[in-house]
Design a protein around this ligand. Structure first.
Ligand SMILES: *Cc1c(COP(=O)(O)O)cnc(C)c1O
Length: 381
C-alpha cells in the first residue's frame, strides 16, 4: 500500500508539537479561556498578515460568512450571487440570513466564478457578490469589483481556501467589503478544531461583529444587540498564532509540489489546473479533470492514495437547496466538471517519492476528460 493521505496534518503537527503544547499550556495556566489574550494577539497578527484593519475571530467559517452578511443587513428578499461549485457553507450562509443564493457558472480554466456571467444574474434584489477563491486561487477580483461598483453591490470574499493567496499583490481577504476565513484543520491555516474569522477595513462592521459573536455584548451583562455565542476559541487562537508563522513556507511548498505535478502530468491525459497571471495560487487543493474519474479514484484509493472529489454535487443539485436557490443560466461547466474533477494528495510535507507515485498512477490510468476540448477562449467569448 502506498499510504499517501490527501492531507498529512500529523507531519506538520509533529514538527511544531513543542511550540503548540507550550502555547496551549500557557492558556491553561492563565485560565483566560474565553476571548483571552491569545485571541486578541492572533486577530492582530492575522489582520496584519492579510493587510486589513480588523480581524474578528468566530466559531467557524460558516459563522464568519453568515455574520458578515448579516452585519451588512443582507436578509429576506435579498439575492446573493455566488459560484455553483463550492463547499455547501457558502450557500448555507446566504440561506441562514434569509436571502436567496443565485448561482453562476465557473471559468473552466480556473474553476472560479466567471465574472462574465455576473451582469445577467443581477436583479433589483441583488445585494452582494460572494466570490469563492476556490482551491486556493483568487477569483478575478478586479472585474468583480468593477461590476459590483456599477451596480452598487457588496463584495464578500469566501477566502476559506485561500489563506495567503494574492491577486495583483493583494492578499485574499483584503479586497472585498469583508472576507470570511475558516480555520477548519485541513485548511491552509488550520486549527486543531473548528474556528473562523471575518476580516474587514470597515470599523462599524468590526465593532458590530465583536459584540454579536458574544451575546451582543462588549461589556459583561450589558447587551446592545441580540447576539450569538460564536467566538474563536482561545486554545485555537494560541495554536493558530504558532502556525501562522509557518504559513508562507507551507504555501511555498504547496506551490512547489503543484509545479512538480504539472511537470510530471504534462503529457498525461488529465486537464491541469491553470494559474491566472497576476495570481498567487496557494493550492489548498490540486484538482485535475479526467474522463474516467470514478474508476481512477477507485484505483488510487485501492492503492492507499487519498485522492478525493471537491465537489461531487454542485449546490443546485443538493437536496438541501432544491427550490432554495436560483440558477438564472445553465451551469454548463459546473455540471460537466462535477463528473470529472479529482483532487490529488497535496500538502506541505508531501515527499517527492509520494508525488511521483501518484503521478505515475495517474499517467498510467487516466483518460482524457470529455469536456477537455472546451477551451475557455472557444466556449466563452
Ligand atoms: C471550509 C469552507 C467553508 C466553511 O468553513 P467551516 O469552518 O468548515 O465552517 C466555507 N467556504 C468554503 C469555500 C470552504 O472551503
Amino acid at each position: 500500500m502506498a499510504n499517501i493521505p490527501l492531507v498529512n496534518l500529523k507531519a506538520l503537527h509533529e514538527e511544531l508539537r513543542e511550540e503548540i503544547d507550550g502555547a496551549i499550556g500557557a492558556v491553561v495556566t492563565r485560565g483566560d479561556f474565553i476571548l483571552g489574550s491569545e485571541v486578541q494577539a492572533f486577530e492582530k497578527a492575522f489582520a496584519d498578515y492579510c493587510g486589513v484593519k480588523h480581524c474578528i475571530g468566530v466559531g467557524s467559517g460558516l459563522d464568519a460568512l453568515t455574520l458578515a452578511m448579516k452585519g451588512f443587513g443582507i436578509g429576506p428578499g435579498d439575492e446573493v450571487i455566488t459560484a455553483g461549485n463550492t463547499f455547501i457553507a457558502t450557500a448555507l450562509a446566504v440561506h441562514h440570513v434569509g436571502a436567496m443564493p443565485v448561482l453562476v457558472d465557473q471559468n473552466p480554466a480556473t474553476y472560479n466564478l466567471d465574472p462574465r456571467r455576473l451582469s445577467s444574474a443581477i436583479t433589483s434584489r441583488t445585494k452582494a457578490i460572494v466570490p469563492v477563491h476556490l482551491y486556493g486561487q483568487p477569483a478575478d477580483m478586479e472585474t468583480i469589483q468593477t461590476i459590483a461598483r456599477e451596480h452598487d453591490l457588496l463584495v464578500i470574499e469566501d477566502a476559506a481556501q485561500a489563506h495567503g493567496a494574492r491577486f495583483k499583490g493583494k492578499r485574499a481577504g483584503s479586497m472585498g467589503n469583508a472576507a470570511a476565513f475558516s480555520f477548519y484543520p485541513g485548511k491552509n491555516l488550520g486549527a486543531i478544531g473548528d474556528g473562523g474569522c471575518v476580516v474587514t477595513n470597515e470599523d462599524d462592521l468590526a465593532q458590530w461583529l465583536r459584540a454579536v459573536r458574544s451575546y451582543g455584548s462588549l461589556v459583561k451583562y450589558e447587551h446592545s444587540l441580540r447576539g450569538f455565542n460564536t467566538r474563536l476559541d482561545t486554545i485555537q487562537a494560541a495554536t493558530l498564532r504558532v502556525k501562522l508563522q509557518h504559513l508562507d513556507e507551507w504555501n511555498e511548498a504547496r506551490r512547489r509540489h503543484a509545479q512538480r505535478y504539472k511537470e510530471l502530468l504534462a503529457s498525461s491525459p488529465v486537464a491541469l489546473p491553470q494559474e491566472e497571471e497576476d495570481c498567487e495560487h496557494v493550492y489548498h487543493l490540486f484538482v485535475v479533470r479526467c474522463g474516467n474519474r470514478d474508476e481512477l479514484l477507485h484505483h488510487l484509493n485501492e492503492l492507499g492514495i487519498g485522492a478525493a472529489i471537491h465537489y461531487p454535487l454542485p449546490i443546485h443539485k443538493q437536496e438541501a437547496f432544491r427550490r432554495r436557490c436560483l440558477v438564472p443560466q445553465p451551469l454548463v461547466h459546473t455540471e460537466a466538471f462535477s463528473d470529472e474533477l479529482l483532487s490529488l494528495p497535496l500538502c506541505p510535507r508531501l515527499t517527492d517519492q509520494q508525488l511521483e507515485t501518484v503521478a505515475q498512477e495517474v499517467c498510467a490510468h487516466a483518460s482524457r476528460p470529455t469536456s477537455a476540448h472546451r477551451q475557455p477562449a472557444m466556449s466563452l467569448r
